[in-house]
Design a protein around this ligand. Structure first.
Ligand SMILES: [Zn+2]
Length: 576
């Protein structure tokens, strides 16, 4: 039974190395392909043969990647189907761990190969340095430590997911409680907020304990790999070749200097509109004019058609790309029973086609997610002609430029969904969200810089560092009576527990997206052309080149932040 929303997809190119068909459940069929690659490497006599070998390896990687993606898509579209779950878990637990040492071996063979130095430098420099890091950081003694790290991460997720409260006589998860913060009834909002905050407070020691253990493990991992601290290890492991911890600190400073005043202005305005003496933590999500939520569409079909109209207005090749996704049933957008929550874009690496999964229920948030994920999908389509598998995807700092730019560019045409005043309200909410995000991002990032450059710190010292940061990037909110909640707010940020140092990427990308949008205000056709040209580079060039091709400086100091914040501020003023 086909559990995928799409049928057979057109082959981008016929296989020439991986057998077709192949049974991916059988390691006995997969492992000989690695044997063959190992042997073939020794037989390469010219750089053309060596490049051919790299493409064989690419083909295998793309086929494996697509198999994993299909199993994941089938599972998330049918969470109630045990076969789908079994197939996915089998691949993740039985096949993928066996791939790791084999991939590592191939990386080693590549690095030691006599023909490596003969490859064209500009073409292979990114691939080369990524492969070097792959081999350089690997330490067998870190494997069990990384398993412990994953286990602790699961404990954190399990604990966070298990927390519930009883509200209006019903048991609710903390996520379900989120919507009450949008209720016009202030007393109700306060009740809901306090209930959730107090429930989390009961677990403070458990969260701290999990985090202490994670920090200890990470310090050991860094030490084993020969780094003085985890900060430096993480920058290398996350392949941050093109920016340094000092650049991130300059970014934090720029946010403090340029964005905090705008955030405080927005909050002062919210306070006036809500007619309150002071904003409290439960006053931040409600519409300040107490209007009901926007209703952009009824059914997923409307979402698709109106989004298609937006892309037609933006650019014909974007419109064609989105139409192609419809044609091949690569959009599964409606919320229905048995679907996993959330939304994502996934690339079918062998067919070189994107797929979008969502749970649309008819809110403005869905329109934003649709535009965002479509931006990722355009990235996959734009880099389709790249034959080297690893170059068909870019580093996350640039992937999010592709998606966040589309939120802003597409946001110019929200009248496909709304009357003009409603469209302006949606645009205003979006821009306010961007302003609010930067200080939070800086807080989380600066906190990690502190944590991993102060080995052996105590919990009290950590809380002190957090409070200093939250003061620095603090908003105009009155926390009286909830000081303990404020001191542990970071416990809700999953990235700190599961993906250390992964957060500043969103800030870097948001700057790029704002620049693409600013460029489009001067010359829309050129901005979109640059955007697509940059997307087409995939991951084949370093970050500064990708940003440069899109018409954005790769810089996150005041110089870049200041004019973009001015643009946001003047746009917000127009939307009033
Ligand atoms: Zn994204």
């Amino acid at each position: 039974m086909n559990l995928l929303p799409f049928g057979d997809l057109p082959q981008f190119a016929p296989r020439r190395f991986v057998p077709d068909p192949i049974n991916w459940d059988r390691w006995e069929e997969i492992s000989p392909l690695f044997d063959r690659l190992e042997t073939k490497a020794t037989q390469c006599a010219t750089s053309a043969e060596f490049e051919h070998w790299l493409l064989d390896w690419s083909e295998l990687n793309a086929a494996l990647d697509e198999e994993g993606s299909k199993r994941y898509i089938a599972m998330t579209c049918h969470t109630d189907n045990p076969e789908a779950e079994k197939a996915y878990l089998y691949f993740v637990e039985q096949i993928e761990p066996q791939l790791k040492p084999r991939q590592f071996k191939l990386s080693e063979i590549y690095l030691a190969h006599g023909l490596r130095g003969h490859l064209a430098k500009t073409r292979y420099e990114v691939f080369d340095r990524d492969t070097q890091v792959h081999v350089e950081l690997f330490r067998p003694e870190n494997v069990p430590l990384e398993t412990d790290e994953t286990r602790l991460g699961q404990q954190y997720q399990k604990l966070s997911g298990s927390l519930t409260v009883t509200f209006c006589g019903e048991e609710k998860t903390l996520i379900q409680m989120g919507r009450y913060l949008e209720e016009p009834d202030r007393a109700l909002r306060q009740d809901a907020w306090e209930l959730v905050a107090n429930r989390r407070l009961q677990e403070v020691d458990t969260f701290e304990e999990i985090f202490d253990q994670l920090v200890k493990l990470r310090e050991q991992i860094a030490k084993n790999a020969g780094f003085p601290n985890y900060l430096e290890y993480a920058f290398r492991a996350r392949r941050r070749f093109d920016y340094t911890p000092a650049d991130c600190r300059a970014f934090h400073d720029a946010i403090e200097q340029e964005i905090m005043p705008v955030l405080r202005e927005l909050q002062a305005e919210r306070r006036r509109q809500l007619n309150l003496p002071a904003l409290r933590p439960w006053d931040l999500a409600v519409d300040p004019l107490n209007r009901p939520p926007l209703r952009p569409f009824e059914h997923a079909d409307h979402l698709i058609n109106r989004t298609q109209d937006i892309f037609t207005k933006l650019d014909h090749s974007l419109a064609d790309g989105f139409a192609k996704m419809q044609q091949f049933h690569l959009l599964d957008l409606d919320n229905r029973k048995g679907k996993a929550p959330g939304g994502y874009q996934s690339t079918l690496a062998e067919a070189r086609l994107p797929f979008i999964f969502m749970n649309a229920v008819g809110l403005q948030r869905d329109v934003e997610t649709m535009l965002h994920e479509a931006g990722h999908a355009f990235h996959a389509l734009a880099s389709q002609n790249e034959d080297l598998y690893s170059y068909r995807s870019a580093p996350i700092e640039f992937c999010e430029v592709a998606s966040m730019s589309m939120e802003l560019l597409g946001g110019e045409h929200l009248e496909e969904f709304y009357s003009m005043p409603e469209a302006n309200r949606a645009r205003r909410d979006h821009l306010e969200g961007i302003v609010k995000f930067f200080p939070w991002m800086a807080t989380i990032d600066a906190f990690q810089h502190w944590i991993y450059s102060h080995p052996g710190h105590s919990r009290v010292e950590r809380t002190g560092a957090w409070l200093e940061l939250i003061e620095r990037f603090g908003d105009a909110v009155d926390w009286t009576g909830h000081e303990a909640v404020r001191a542990h707010l970071w416990h809700r940020q999953l990235h700190l527990f599961l993906h250390p140092f992964y957060y500043v990427e969103y800030g870097i990308a948001q700057l790029g997206a704002l620049r693409v949008w600013a460029n489009s205000k001067l010359n829309k056709a050129k901005a979109i052309e640059d955007y697509q040209r940059a997307l087409a580079l995939g991951g084949s060039r370093p970050l500064p080149d990708l940003f440069g091709a899109a018409g954005c400086p790769f810089d996150f100091s005041v110089r870049t932040v200041k004019p973009l914040v001015e643009l946001v501020r003047s746009e917000l003023a127009k939307l009033n």
